[in-house]
Ligand binder design. Structure first.
Ligand SMILES: [Zn+2]
Length: 175
């Protein structure tokens, strides 16, 4: 399969494991990203084209982390230039960063040492909507209920039932 075939197959199928810089070579022809990523429960980075849903990238499984990632050339290899926890399918807590760092380091990618864009997600106890917290305002944008400031950290994240939330996607992209 050529790079274009790889990308096409991954759009609808599960994300492809990237365990080394060589594994990324087939992606590089598609540009530096951003790509959809998950870190699966075995700690492996999996990439899919950006338009892919994270839940599809992870084959519907639980993950250690999820978001979007871009790469840049670093000598003969690749380094992660930008990485976020932006996944409305999983709404991972920013505390999942160590799983991303570990997966990147095992594959030989340099990384920025933390998320370059970080999102805090909370489920509203009032209306059940998943909200993204902006500028430290823990208030539901839908019903005005206070959102929990502290939630128990989780070591892995289950996919949200119903997959991606278009309302949440809009909130994420609204300035
Ligand atoms: Zn609410």
């Amino acid at each position: 399969m050529g790079p274009a075939d790889v990308a096409a197959a991954a759009t609808t199928g599960p994300g492809r494991a990237v365990r080394s810089a060589a594994d990324f070579t087939s992606w590089a022809s598609a540009g530096p990203g951003p790509f959809t990523y998950v870190v699966d429960l075995s700690g492996v980075l999996r990439l899919a084209p950006r338009e892919s849903e994270h839940v599809a990238c992870a084959e519907g499984g639980e993950v250690l982390a999820a978001g979007e990632v871009s790469f840049t050339r670093d000598g003969g290899g690749w380094r992660i230039s930008e990485v976020s926890n932006q996944s409305t399918g999983y709404c991972p807590d920013p505390s999942c960063w160590p799983a991303v760092a570990a997966a990147a380091e095992r594959a030989g990618f340099g990384h920025p040492g933390g998320f370059t864009a970080e999102f805090v997600f909370r489920r509203c106890p009032g209306c059940g909507q998943i909200c993204v917290v902006k500028e430290g305002d823990f208030t539901c944008a839908v019903c005005g209920s206070p959102l929990p400031v502290w939630v128990k950290p989780r070591l892995w994240v289950k996919p949200r039932l119903g997959g991606e939330s278009s309302a949440l996607n809009e909130a994420l992209h609204r300035e």
